[in-house]
Design a protein around this ligand. Structure first.
Ligand code: SF4
Ligand code: SF4
Length: 133
Protein backbone atom coordinates (compact mmCIF):
# COMPACT_ATOMS: atom_id res chain seq x y z
CA UNK A 1 0.00 0.00 0.00
CA UNK A 2 1.17 3.51 -0.84
CA UNK A 3 0.18 6.76 0.82
CA UNK A 4 1.11 10.38 0.48
CA UNK A 5 1.64 12.01 3.85
CA UNK A 6 2.10 15.66 4.64
CA UNK A 7 3.79 16.00 8.03
CA UNK A 8 4.01 19.23 9.98
CA UNK A 9 6.11 19.15 13.07
CA UNK A 10 6.90 21.67 15.81
CA UNK A 11 10.26 23.19 16.69
CA UNK A 12 11.16 20.62 19.35
CA UNK A 13 10.94 17.80 16.81
CA UNK A 14 12.94 19.28 13.92
CA UNK A 15 16.04 17.36 15.01
CA UNK A 16 14.30 13.99 15.33
CA UNK A 17 15.21 11.20 12.86
CA UNK A 18 11.59 10.81 11.77
CA UNK A 19 12.14 9.11 8.41
CA UNK A 20 14.78 6.79 9.87
CA UNK A 21 12.31 5.65 12.52
CA UNK A 22 9.60 5.03 9.94
CA UNK A 23 11.96 2.90 7.85
CA UNK A 24 13.52 0.99 10.75
CA UNK A 25 10.50 0.38 12.98
CA UNK A 26 7.73 0.05 10.41
CA UNK A 27 9.53 -1.39 7.36
CA UNK A 28 8.38 1.46 5.17
CA UNK A 29 9.91 2.62 1.91
CA UNK A 30 10.13 6.40 2.02
CA UNK A 31 10.37 8.78 -0.88
CA UNK A 32 10.80 12.41 0.24
CA UNK A 33 8.88 14.52 -2.27
CA UNK A 34 9.42 17.81 -0.48
CA UNK A 35 11.15 18.88 2.70
CA UNK A 36 11.16 22.19 4.47
CA UNK A 37 12.91 22.17 7.80
CA UNK A 38 14.14 25.15 9.78
CA UNK A 39 16.08 23.66 12.63
CA UNK A 40 14.47 24.57 15.97
CA UNK A 41 11.66 26.50 14.27
CA UNK A 42 9.32 24.15 12.42
CA UNK A 43 9.31 21.62 9.68
CA UNK A 44 7.20 19.97 7.05
CA UNK A 45 7.77 16.85 5.03
CA UNK A 46 5.81 15.58 2.08
CA UNK A 47 6.42 11.85 1.84
CA UNK A 48 5.40 8.98 -0.35
CA UNK A 49 5.39 5.97 1.97
CA UNK A 50 4.96 2.37 0.92
CA UNK A 51 4.50 -0.63 3.15
CA UNK A 52 2.19 -3.21 4.62
CA UNK A 53 -1.20 -1.67 5.47
CA UNK A 54 -1.22 -2.32 9.23
CA UNK A 55 2.33 -1.07 9.68
CA UNK A 56 1.53 2.03 7.70
CA UNK A 57 -1.44 2.75 9.97
CA UNK A 58 0.71 2.13 13.06
CA UNK A 59 3.38 4.47 11.75
CA UNK A 60 0.79 7.23 11.35
CA UNK A 61 -0.34 6.63 14.94
CA UNK A 62 3.29 6.86 16.07
CA UNK A 63 3.70 10.21 14.31
CA UNK A 64 0.53 11.61 15.87
CA UNK A 65 1.57 10.48 19.35
CA UNK A 66 4.91 12.24 18.82
CA UNK A 67 2.99 15.48 18.24
CA UNK A 68 3.31 15.57 14.47
CA UNK A 69 0.31 16.66 12.40
CA UNK A 70 -0.33 14.08 9.70
CA UNK A 71 -2.44 14.77 6.64
CA UNK A 72 -3.07 11.86 4.31
CA UNK A 73 -3.25 13.20 0.78
CA UNK A 74 -4.60 11.32 -2.19
CA UNK A 75 -2.73 13.70 -4.41
CA UNK A 76 -1.66 17.31 -4.15
CA UNK A 77 -2.54 17.90 -7.81
CA UNK A 78 -5.53 20.08 -8.60
CA UNK A 79 -6.91 20.91 -12.04
CA UNK A 80 -8.81 24.14 -12.52
CA UNK A 81 -11.69 23.23 -14.82
CA UNK A 82 -12.37 26.89 -15.58
CA UNK A 83 -8.86 27.38 -16.96
CA UNK A 84 -8.53 24.00 -18.71
CA UNK A 85 -9.03 24.11 -22.47
CA UNK A 86 -8.96 20.29 -22.81
CA UNK A 87 -5.94 20.35 -25.09
CA UNK A 88 -4.79 16.93 -23.83
CA UNK A 89 -1.13 17.86 -23.30
CA UNK A 90 -1.24 16.56 -19.71
CA UNK A 91 -2.65 13.19 -20.79
CA UNK A 92 0.40 12.61 -22.98
CA UNK A 93 2.86 13.22 -20.16
CA UNK A 94 1.08 11.22 -17.45
CA UNK A 95 2.61 7.74 -17.45
CA UNK A 96 -0.01 6.22 -15.16
CA UNK A 97 -3.08 7.51 -17.02
CA UNK A 98 -4.23 9.57 -14.07
CA UNK A 99 -5.51 12.12 -16.58
CA UNK A 100 -7.46 10.77 -19.50
CA UNK A 101 -9.51 12.19 -22.33
CA UNK A 102 -13.09 10.97 -22.62
CA UNK A 103 -15.06 10.42 -25.81
CA UNK A 104 -16.32 14.00 -25.67
CA UNK A 105 -12.72 15.30 -25.74
CA UNK A 106 -12.90 16.37 -22.12
CA UNK A 107 -10.22 15.42 -19.63
CA UNK A 108 -10.90 13.38 -16.49
CA UNK A 109 -8.62 13.33 -13.46
CA UNK A 110 -8.35 9.98 -11.63
CA UNK A 111 -6.99 11.00 -8.22
CA UNK A 112 -6.55 7.42 -7.07
CA UNK A 113 -4.02 6.75 -9.85
CA UNK A 114 -2.01 9.95 -9.47
CA UNK A 115 1.54 9.52 -8.15
CA UNK A 116 2.00 13.23 -7.56
CA UNK A 117 5.04 13.36 -9.84
CA UNK A 118 3.96 16.86 -10.94
CA UNK A 119 5.10 16.39 -14.54
CA UNK A 120 1.72 17.53 -15.78
CA UNK A 121 2.08 20.95 -14.16
CA UNK A 122 4.79 22.04 -16.59
CA UNK A 123 3.01 20.38 -19.51
CA UNK A 124 -0.09 22.53 -19.19
CA UNK A 125 0.09 25.54 -21.51
CA UNK A 126 -2.57 27.52 -19.64
CA UNK A 127 -1.39 26.74 -16.09
CA UNK A 128 -4.60 24.98 -15.17
CA UNK A 129 -2.72 22.41 -13.06
CA UNK A 130 -1.17 23.20 -9.70
CA UNK A 131 0.03 21.49 -6.57
CA UNK A 132 -1.41 22.48 -3.21
CA UNK A 133 1.84 21.69 -1.37
S1 SF4 B 1 1.13 14.43 -11.10
FE1 SF4 B 1 2.07 12.87 -12.40
S2 SF4 B 1 0.82 11.05 -12.02
FE2 SF4 B 1 -0.39 12.79 -11.29
S3 SF4 B 1 -1.63 13.41 -13.00
FE3 SF4 B 1 0.22 14.65 -13.12
S4 SF4 B 1 1.59 13.50 -14.49
FE4 SF4 B 1 -0.02 12.08 -13.83
S1 SF4 C 1 -2.72 20.45 -20.31
FE1 SF4 C 1 -3.90 21.93 -19.10
S2 SF4 C 1 -5.35 22.82 -20.54
FE2 SF4 C 1 -4.54 20.95 -21.49
S3 SF4 C 1 -6.02 19.34 -20.93
FE3 SF4 C 1 -4.40 19.32 -19.37
S4 SF4 C 1 -5.17 20.67 -17.72
FE4 SF4 C 1 -6.38 21.09 -19.55
Amino acid sequence: MKKLLLLSFPSNLTGEPITYTLIKNYDLKINILRASIDYNIEGSLFLEVEGEGEKLDLSIEYLKIKGIKVKVINTAIRIDEDKCVNCGACTAICEVAAITMDKNWKINFHKDRCLDCKLCIKACPVRAIRSIV
